[in-house]
Design a protein around this ligand. Structure first.
Ligand SMILES: C[S@@+](CC[C@H](N)C(=O)[O-])C[C@H]1O[C@@H](n2cnc3c(N)ncnc32)[C@H](O)[C@@H]1O
Length: 309
């Protein structure tokens, strides 16, 4: 089976082999990042701090490449009854497409870009070029440049175009002409692991759900919206404890809105019951990585929706 080596790339990018001090500093940061991410301790999120970014890259980047591929494979799978009838259909509407415009929101280091490209390569070989845009309010440019040059070619053999980068708060994108252009022109919109950040910046779960519904209203006909997030639930929003974080509940509310809209179709509903667990098939034989106590699986909730006529 094909294996990729994201840990090797992160180690190489960080120069860990030549930096014993960073390796020592990272041990405690990684433990801290792994703890706080699941406790939703937003006050400690320091995305612009290089040590925090390094810890995120090592702890989570490799694990968050594959979920989007898994989600999309589930989304396009035919219903059980039709499985033997070659009736895969065209749920994403990409059959015969030769190019796609992708926008990644709250993208951070953008592991989801690699998984999306892998999926496109496997299932839509007619797509020869992908242009990818990016919105985030923190700066991950150095790592993104590294990933575009060294990792993208490992995951997809097509022609990759680095599109627009908007350093912008997602909360204000509807007022930004360049962001609205992305909403109106992209074929795929991805929001992975930024739901709870948005609940925090809006200080409100309801406002996050409203934001996503408005977002769906503004995207172009035929385009796809993908939401993937850590399955936090029953956690009071620290800044506003009367609001309780519930990722699956929020995804369900967004999907209810989309289903009720004459222009909406939910292709993959938020999973019911336990969140999906995935163990990415990646190479792990690095001595340096084994110094850290790294998670091996991730759990998430997800939905996929399409804007129709
Ligand atoms: C947990 S990271 C997820 C990154 C990436 N999507 C992944 O799955 O690894 C959340 C990202 O969302 C960004 N973010 C958080 N709140 C934001 C906001 N209000 N506007 C724009 N970006 C935001 C952060 O800077 C960070 O890069």
């Amino acid at each position: 089976m094909e294996q990729h080596d994201p840990y090797g790339h992160v180690i190489n990018y960080l120069g860990l082999e030549y930096n014993t001090q960073l390796t020592a500093d990272l041990s405690s940061q990684i433990a801290y990042v792994q703890r706080t991410f699941f406790a939703s301790d937003f006050i400690s999120y320091a995305y612009s701090d290089p040590i925090f970014q390094a810890a995120y890259l090592m702890a989570y980047y490799p694990l968050y490449i594959d979920p989007i591929e898994d989600v999309l494979l589930t989304a396009i799978r035919p219903p059980l009854l039709l499985e033997n009838q070659n009736s895969v259909g065209d749920k994403l509407g990409w059959k015969g497409r030769t190019n796609l415009d992708v926008s990644i929101y709250g993208g951070g280091a953008e592991p989801e870009l690699l998984g999306l490209l892998k999926f496109i390569g496997k299932k839509y070989p007619s797509v020869k070029s992908v242009r990818s845009h990016y919105v985030d309010n923190n700066n991950w440019e150095d790592f993104r440049a590294y990933a575009y040059e060294h990792m993208v070619p490992d995951y997809w053999k097509g022609y990759f175009i680095s599109g627009n980068t908007l350093t912008s708060n997602l909360g204000s994108i509807f007022g930004s002409a360049s962001a609205v252009k992305l909403l109106q022109n992209s074929d795929v919109h991805v929001m992975q692991n930024c739901a709870t950040d948005l609940m925090y910046s809006f200080q409100s779960v309801d406002q996050y759900v409203n934001f996503m519904c408005q977002f769906f209203d503004k995207i172009k006909e035929g385009s796809i919206l993908i939401g993937i997030d850590v399955p936090l639930f029953d956690i009071p929003l620290l800044s506003n404890p009367s609001e309780i974080i519930d990722v699956r509940g929020s995804f369900n509310r967004i999907c209810r809105y989309i289903r009720a809209s004459p222009e909406g179709e939910v292709i993959k509903s938020p999973s019911t019951g336990a969140p999906k667990e995935i163990a990415p098939d990646i190479y792990r034989g690095h001595q340096l990585a084994s110094n850290f106590s790294l998670k091996r699986t991730v759990k998430y909730h997800s939905f996929v929706a399409r804007k129709i006529h």
